[in-house]
Design a protein around this ligand. Sequence first.
Ligand code: ADP
Ligand code: ASP
Ligand code: MG
Length: 407
Amino acid sequence: MALVVQKFGGSSVANPRLIKRVAARVVAQKKRGDDVVVVVSAIGDTTDDLIQLSRQITKNPLEREMDMLISTGEQVTIALLAMAIHQLGVEAISFTGAQVGILTDSSYTKAKILDIHSKRIEEELKKGRIVIVAGFQGMTLNQDITTLGRGGSDLTAVALAKVLRAKICEIYTDVDGVYTADPRIEKRARKLDRVSYDEMLELASLGAQVMQGRSMEVAKKFEVPLHIRSSFSNRPGTMIMKEVKAMEDIVVSGVTVNKAEAKVTLRGVPDRPGVAAKIFKEIAASNVNIDMIIQNVSRTGTTDVSFTVPQGDLRKTLEISRRVARKIGAEQVTYADDIAKVSVVGVGMRSHSGIAAKMFAALAAKRINIEMISTSEIKISCVIQRRFAERALRAVHQAFGLHALKG
Ligand code: ADP
Ligand code: ASP
Ligand code: MG
C-alpha cells in the first residue's frame, strides 16, 4: 500500500467549514486505498496573533518560551481535524510533534530536525487510521518543545514524507501552485507546471513564501516527490522534480522579493588579514545566517564591510557587531532596515548569458538604485530600497517576459 503525506497551510484550515473540507479531502484519499498522514498548520493567522500577544508582555522573550507559546496553534488544528474526520465515520488520530518523535536540536524558533522516530505513526497506520501531525514543532532530547522556523509545517511534511517513504508529498495552499512571481504582487504571474529542486530551493530561500526554504533543502537532498497545489480546487498544481534538459530552455522561471532582511555596515574596518574572519566567526557563533556580504575597495588602509541578515536577528547582530568593531578598531556600525532583495532564478542561466545585464537594465529603467549584488549559478539578487520592492519585481518580471511564459 502506498503512502501519501498531505500538508494543509493556515489559510486552508482557517475556519471550521474549511477544516471539514480538509477532512473530506483526506478521507477521499484514504478511500482510494492509500495510507494518509496529514500535517496541518495553525488556523489562519494564529501564529502571528500569538507573537503579537507575547509582544504585549515583553519585547525580548526567552526563545524557549516563545516556542512553548507559538507551538500551541498547531495543536488546536490537529484535534479539530481529527474530530471532523471522526464525524465522517473514519478513524483518525492526532499527534503533536513530540508525540511522534520529531527530535530537534535546541536552537529555539528555528530548530533543526535531527531524527524522527516514526514507529508510532507506522503502528497507527497499520491499524487503518489516518494520522494527523501538528506541523512546525518538535522536541529536544531534554523534552523541550521547539519550532522549526516560520512556515515550518512544510518542513514537517517533507521530513515525514522522507522517513515514511511517501509516494508523494502534497502541499495544499491558497494558490494553484508555484508562480513566476508572488501572484499577490504581480497579477500577470503565470503558474509553472514543473520546477526543479534547485530552482524551488532558490525561490523559497529568496522569499517565495509558498514553500519554506529549509523544507526545500530537505526535499532536494532526498528528492522527496512534491506537488504544490490548491486546497480550494482539484486542478493539478506544480510538480517539483529533478531537473530535465528541457527546463534549461526557460532562462528565468521566477522572480522573488524579500523584505525581511536588514543591512549592517562596519565602517572604517582596518584592512588586514583575519579581520573578516573575526567579524563573521562571532556572528555565526550566535546562529545568525548571513546572506550577502560586500567589502569596499580600500583606499586609506581602512574599508567598509556590509552584510545582510534576517530582520529578526538584527538586534542580536548589532550587539555583536558593535562588540567586534571595538575589538578590531573599526570606526562605526550602522544599519538599514528599509531594504528589499529582488532576485531572478532559473536553471537556464547556466547556459545563457546576459541575464544580469537585463535585470540591471530593467531596474535602471525604473530609476531604482542597486545597493548590493550577489549571484550564484542559477540566481541573481539585488538589494534595493524597500519602497521600490513591488515596482522592481514587476519590472523584472516584465523584462524577462514571464507573463507570457508557458508553464
Ligand atoms: P500556507 O498558509 O498554505 O503555508 P503561505 O502563505 O505560507 O501558505 O504561502 C502561500 C502564499 O505564498 C501565496 O498566497 C502567495 O501569495 C505566496 N507566494 C509568494 N511567492 C509565490 C510564488 N512564486 N508562487 C506562488 N505563491 C507565492
Ligand atoms: N504556523 C506556522 C507559521 O505560521 C507554521 C506554518 O504555517 O507552516 O509560521
Ligand atoms: Mg506556509
